[in-house]
Design a protein around this ligand. Structure first.
Ligand SMILES: [Zn+2]
Length: 147
């Protein structure tokens, strides 16, 4: 083996190492990117696992009444001047089990469980909306500006 060949081999090895380094950066970049995409999906509620971080937001006449986590089974008696509704959260689903409104539309409405789904009681001006945790403050800000 002449010294010249050794040098050539040395150079080739360096190139190989550089390529490998670039591969590592590429892989790291892809991993980072998929991590970011996953985080964005989780925040926007695109990726919905059962018992995900959702809440039922109750507004009455455009005013926030309360927010109730969807992963906790709860019964909320909503007594307001406009009327009475009972919100039930059970197994990650929210429904109105009882109301003294004349149309009973909210009681007959199927249970909601996904981001953006709503139950509306028109006579009581009550809205139950399923929201993802990350979006709550944004939605509240938009509502506040709109009014
Ligand atoms: Zn109703």
């Amino acid at each position: 083996m002449t010294p010249r060949q050794t040098k050539a081999q040395e150079r080739r090895r360096k190139i190989n190492i550089m390529v490998k380094k670039n591969d590592v950066f590429l892989l790291a970049g892809i991993a980072l990117l998929s991590g970011v995409i996953f985080a964005v999906m989780a925040l926007t509620g695109i990726s919905r696992g059962s018992g995900g971080k959702l809440l039922a937001e109750v507004t009455i006449d455009g005013r926030l009444y309360g927010e109730f986590p969807m992963y906790e089974d709860t019964v909320v008696d909503i007594d307001e001047p406009l009327g009475h509704n009972t919100l039930v959260i059970s197994d990650g689903q929210a429904c109105i089990s009882e109301a003294d409104c004349p149309d009973q539309y909210c009681v007959r409405h199927r249970a909601v469980s996904k981001t953006g789904e709503t139950i509306i009681c028109l006579p009581h001006k009550l809205v139950v909306e399923i929201k993802a945790y990350g979006k709550v403050s944004v939605g509240a800000d938009i509502d506040a500006t709109a009014q």
